[in-house]
Design a protein around this ligand. Structure first.
Ligand SMILES: Cc1cc2nc3c(=O)[nH]c(=O)nc-3n(C[C@H](O)[C@H](O)[C@H](O)COP(=O)(O)O)c2cc1C
Length: 189
């Protein structure tokens, strides 16, 4: 199988769900965010926005507001999360990037997914762990969540399509081996 540094980087990336408290440097965060804005976007509209949060108190408040929205849900699993004292949707990562877009084009979420994967791979190449965090996608229109993300800088006309947790892998938490599903590739010649 052919390989190179980029292909190895793609295969080495994993979702990280346990982080140390070490913060991502300004320089590394800038590099990851720059990778995001170089992603492709439908018709090159670039209507997305990336709101990076490195303030632990603000991240804690965001998690509390998301829990508040879950507590109002009719889904019992979400209610449990909403009332849990320990639940943290971003796994206490020191940095969280909210990825939002105008919901006007049907591909708005796809633009965000391209940018998110670019961020994952850029982070991996810098020795930084990452994970897709989806909980703000379903809660961003809850009034208390919306009020808070607006104060953080998420444009009011945007929907959140995902978030990226960033930080350093906790060495105490072993990572499971990646298994890829067979039979998902077809080559027609
Ligand atoms: C659209 C999408 C949403 C995801 N949402 C979450 C999430 O909210 N929390 C989480 O821990 N992982 C989330 N993940 C990560 C997946 O669970 C993970 O990619 C998958 O288990 C494969 O593992 P790997 O990323 O280590 O290869 C999400 C991934 C994608 C693509």
């Amino acid at each position: 199988m052919k390989t190179n540094e980029i292909l190895e980087n793609i295969k080495a990336r994993r979702s990280v769900r346990a982080y140390t408290s070490q913060q991502v440097s300004e320089e590394d965060l800038q590099a990851v965010l720059e990778a995001a804005i170089y992603a492709p976007s439908g018709m090159h509209l670039e209507t997305w926005h990336f709101t990076a949060i490195q303030n632990i108190d603000k991240l804690t408040e965001l998690n509390e507001r998301i829990k508040g929205a879950f507590a109002k849900s009719e889904d019992t699993r979400l209610q449990e999360r909403g009332h849990s004292k320990t639940y943290c949707c971003y796994y206490h990562a020191p940095t969280l990037v909210i990825v939002s877009n105008e919901p006007t084009q049907w591909w708005a979420g796809m633009d965000c997914a391209c940018a998110i994967e670019n961020m994952f791979l850029a982070a991996q190449s810098l020795g930084i762990g990452s994970c897709w965090i989806n909980q703000l996608g379903t809660t961003c229109d809850d009034s208390e969540v919306r009020e808070f993300i607006t104060s953080l800088g998420v444009p009011e006309n945007h929907k959140v399509y995902g978030c990226v947790a960033l930080g350093y892998v906790d060495p105490e938490t072993p990572m499971k081996e990646k298994k890829v599903k067979a039979g998902t590739l077809t080559i027609v010649k």
